[in-house]
Ligand binder design. Structure first.
Ligand SMILES: [Fe+2]
Ligand SMILES: [Fe+2]
Length: 275
């Protein structure tokens, strides 16, 4: 069994010090085997915000798999935005934009979906993208691994929308990426960006994908950019080859505690939600 702490959207610059301290205590106490951060480390990609984000991540055990979010690219400084978009991310968080971890039980690949160019199309922003070269990474990293190694891809932008909401924020190139993940036996995708915690089977949103892959979204762990009634939260995910438990640990006003627990069991290749 492996335990992952899945943290996202910490947005330093909009962080809340009491929530931050409590989050650090809670994650450390959980003793995760691996720590994931699915991006938006900062609010505006400023040096001081990155320095705090680095300090925050240094409190947690390694290995860590981190990917940048759209907020980790400067917004107003157009020179930086278009010519050096992730220079500060690489300096303060990690120089590795294709992070990969593997042991006998689990393999995790991080993919950068944040882009300098954003555009409005059909009434919603498409601001994250997976490139054809990144699909090759999925192939190279996963296709040769045995089926009993649990395979996970981490992105900032999501693969499925929140339940009962119109599709928005879905990463561009999701179908092509899932098609490759299906071929290479990926079991789970982890992301953030929408500041809402939820999970589901990618097939509910992507007709044509036959492999059952769980998509897990984390809320904003420590920032005041909460959406509606969503609390500050992160996920503790325990993995067994055919059993997954997602425990949402949420801020209750004085500490983080268990908010929602969801179990999935894989029966004949299909992830079935049990609660
Ligand atoms: Fe965010
Ligand atoms: Fe984001």
């Amino acid at each position: 069994m492996k335990t992952l702490a899945h943290i996202s959207d910490i947005h330093f610059g909009r962080d809340q010090p009491d929530v931050t301290e409590a989050c650090i205590r809670d994650v450390v106490a959980a003793k995760p085997d691996i720590v994931i951060n699915s991006g938006d480390f900062t609010q505006r990609a400023r040096r001081a915000q990155y320095a705090k984000a680095r300090e925050f991540m240094a409190k947690f055990p390694t290995p860590q798999i981190c990917v940048p979010g759209n907020h980790d690219i400067p917004l107003y400084d157009v020179i930086r935005r278009f010519f050096f978009p992730l220079t500060r991310y690489r300096k303060y968080i990690t120089a590795d934009l294709r992070p990969f971890y593997k042991d006998d039980h689990v393999a995790i690949l991080g993919m950068n979906t944040a882009r300098s160019w954003t555009w409005k199309w059909n009434g919603f922003w498409k601001d994250g993208r997976i490139s054809p070269e990144q699909l090759l990474d999925v192939k190279l990293r996963f296709c040769e691994l045995p089926p009993d190694v649990f395979k996970i891809v981490v992105t900032h932008h999501p693969f499925i929308p929140p339940p009962k909401e119109r599709p928005h924020g879905i990463v561009h190139g999701a179908f092509e990426a899932l098609d490759m993940m299906e071929d290479c036996g990926v079991d789970m995708v982890l992301a953030g960006h929408l500041h809402m915690g939820y999970s589901g089977d990618v097939r509910t949103h992507h007709e044509g994908i036959k492999r059952s892959i769980i998509s897990v979204q984390a809320g904003t762990a420590i920032s005041n950019r909460r959406r509606g009634n969503e609390p500050n939260a992160y996920n503790l995910i325990t993995l067994n080859p055919n059993q997954v438990t997602i425990t949402v640990r949420a801020w209750n006003g004085s500490a983080f505690d268990t908010h929602i627990v969801t179990h999935y069991a894989r029966i004949e290749g299909i992830w079935q939600r049990e609660g």
